[in-house]
Design a protein around this ligand. Structure first.
Ligand code: NOJ
Length: 599
């Protein structure tokens, strides 16, 4: 299975509804005025907002977003209710993979600003109770990193063993890569290095050589990087490609994945598809995670959160990422809920229930969107995304359903910039416009990830308020900015932006929605996903999401859950819906959402 990219079609399945702007303001007593004062578990049930810095806000008119731009939007983020911001990589980089090819882990790329800008951003965010989470790329560096330059210079230099160097296989007198491992970004995962007369392994681009995590010096160097940024005030790390750190020590060939004709399947890059049993999720990674956790706990007073990019196939694999003694990741991403990619009620129910009951008390981190996959409009247009930006008839309804699952579940919620205004995926329509190298290599089957990285749409003015008037932005601004933008949605009480704000306010302030246990209801219903949130103080809230385009009416009996009342106080529902009087009959419009407190 490919681990990233628009090609990521994980497992499979479903969704629900919508709501009325009424109740968030009158929600139950505040849970905590300021979790961001950062207790050691501030990240539990928090809201984390992913920013792709190139695309959020440009402050200096070069068409590329930057740190000062982000700082200028902190009030907006505070009003939205986010607890922390995850910044995708801002370190110096040749930008082959737009920052995921780091050439200096201690500094900031000048495109984005300076270390002083970074300190000001950290301080300004802190004043608003918002923490900064850095992306930490441990699996690989850039080939321009001095570590790699030194390592590739000879077989005897002090860093000779820092990367995955291998001798060639000689077949009929010809040099061949050591095995059949393929890069996630196309072609062999082995690159010949003339200076060393050896191959090096790269899971991603040729310019992203994999580090050798068996080497204790590599481990120490990276833990030092983590300590450095904790000293600079960050509250967590999102660990890139964290299941890829180790490879099979015997270099065994990966098995091919057969197609219907029994021959290996061919991917968008023309490669034979392989399983990743020898290159992904190897047991050795757990030792590294424990060491890293010790380092970050010690340096950060147990307040620093480790978030994992963990595309895994089962709840058991996900549970292992927390560590047998809760001593590894606090928040491995649960990709099994958000990337179901179709409205399959039964599958959503099963996966959410697994997260609630199958993680040994580990905190689930749900996510529907990121910079590697089509945005949530894929639930309408298909997992591969629409050929062009698409706002279908139920676009907003579907967005409200997805947001309800994300924010009204018993989880920490990870969202992606632009989700809150309903920005749709806008892929390039011509190969010559593609910026993401995998889109150039894989065109037309793989169009790359530009479609989910377009600039934030702030207003209907020039450059959508992202950059200065008339500047050519690094990716084009989708035409939709004229109506889909923050300023317009501020003015419309029924907008997606207000829906997100109300849901987030409920998640933060309503005891049941903040930390209550989650119990699936009406488990035989194939159209409506419903659940109960029950707080320790006795407060109970039901959430119902219609996963279909037809109206549905649902009825609840909560006696088995020990909930006595049958009346309802509406907390939120799809704009225009009729308020139900009791749990005996809750009517939902197409993709409608209802959230109400039991009375
Ligand atoms: C996962 C990141 O999210 C993606 O954008 C990047 O290309 C790869 N890891 C390689 O670092």
């Amino acid at each position: 299975m490919k681990k990233i990219g628009s090609i990521l079609v994980l497992l499979s399945s479903a969704l629900c509804g919508t709501g009325r702007p009424m109740a968030a303001q009158q929600a139950a007593p505040a849970v905590e005025a300021s979790r961001a004062a950062k207790s050691t578990s501030w990240w539990k049930n928090a809201v984390i907002y992913e920013i792709y810095p190139r695309s959020f806000q440009d402050s200096n008119g070069d068409g590329i977003g930057d740190l000062n731009g982000i700082a200028s939007r902190l009030d907006y983020l505070q009003e939205l209710g986010v607890d922390a911001i995850w910044l995708t990589p801002i370190y110096p980089s040749p930008q082959v993979d737009f920052g995921y090819d780091i050439s200096d882990y201690a500094a900031i790329d000048l495109q984005y600003g300076t270390l002083d800008d970074f300190s000001r951003l950290v301080a300004a965010a802190k004043r608003r109770n918002i923490g900064i989470i850095m992306d930490l790329v441990l699996n690989h560096t850039s080939d321009q990193d001095p570590w790699f330059k030194e390592s590739s210079s000879s077989r005897t230099n002090p860093r000779a063993g820092w990367y995955m160097w291998r001798d060639p296989k000689i077949v009929d007198g010809h040099r061949q890569p050591p095995n059949n491992w393929v890069s996630d970004f196309g072609g062999s995962a082995w690159q010949w290095d003339p200076a060393r007369q050896q191959y090096y392994y790269h899971e991603f681009y040729v310019q992203q050589p994999d580090l050798n995590w068996n080497n204790p010096q590599v481990r120490k160097a990276m833990y030092d990087v983590a300590r450095l940024w904790i000293g600079r005030g960050v509250v967590g790390f999102r660990l890139d490609a964290i299941t890829s750190l180790f490879e099979d020590p015997l270099d065994r060939d990966e098995p091919y994945i057969p197609g219907p004709d029994g021959q290996p399947r061919i991917d968008a890059y023309g490669d034979k598809e392989v399983e990743n049993i020898y290159t992904d999720n190897l047991p050795e990674e757990h030792g590294v995670l424990r060491e890293l956790r010790q380092a970050t706990d010690a340096a950060g007073g147990h307040r620093v959160v480790l978030i994992g990019e963990t595309y895994l196939n089962s709840i058991d694999d996900l549970r292992r990422m927390y560590g047998a003694n809760n001593d590894e990741l606090q928040l491995p991403m649960d990709m099994q809920v958000g990337f179901i990619n179709k409205f399959d009620v039964a599958l959503f129910r099963r996966r959410i229930n697994e997260a609630e009951t199958g993680l040994d008390g580990g905190q689930p981190l749900f996510v529907f969107d990121n910079h590697d996959n089509p945005r949530w409009d894929r639930y309408q247009t298909g997992a591969a995304g629409a050929p062009q930006s698409a706002y279908g008839p139920h676009h907003d309804d579907i967005g409200r359903v997805i947001a309800a699952v994300l924010f009204a579940s018993h989880d920490t919620a990870l969202m992606y910039y632009g989700d809150e205004i309903g920005m749709a995926t806008t892929p390039p329509t011509r190969k010559q416009d593609v910026r993401d190298p995998i889109g150039i290599r894989g065109w037309p089957r793989e169009k790359g990830r530009d479609g989910e990285r377009t600039p934030m749409q702030w207003n209907a003015g020039p450059d959508a308020g992202f950059s200065s008037a008339g500047v050519k932005t690094w990716l084009p601004i989708p035409e939709s900015y004229k109506t889909v933008n923050v300023a317009a949605e501020e003015r419309d009480p029924d907008s997606m932006l207000h829906w997100y704000r109300r849901l987030i306010a409920l998640k933060k302030n309503d005891s049941a929605l903040h930390e209550g246990e989650e119990i699936m209801l009406n488990t035989a219903d194939g159209h409506v996903l419903s659940w109960l949130r029950k707080a320790a103080n006795g407060e109970a809230v039901i959430v119902a999401c219609n996963f279909t385009g037809q109206p549905q009416t649902v009825s609840f009996d909560l006696s088995a859950q020990g909930v006595g009342g049958t009346g309802l106080k509406t907390l939120l529902m799809t704009p225009g819906a009729r308020e139900p009087q009791s749990i005996a009959s809750v009517r939902l419009g197409p993709y409608g959402v209802y959230i109400g407190q039991i009375r």
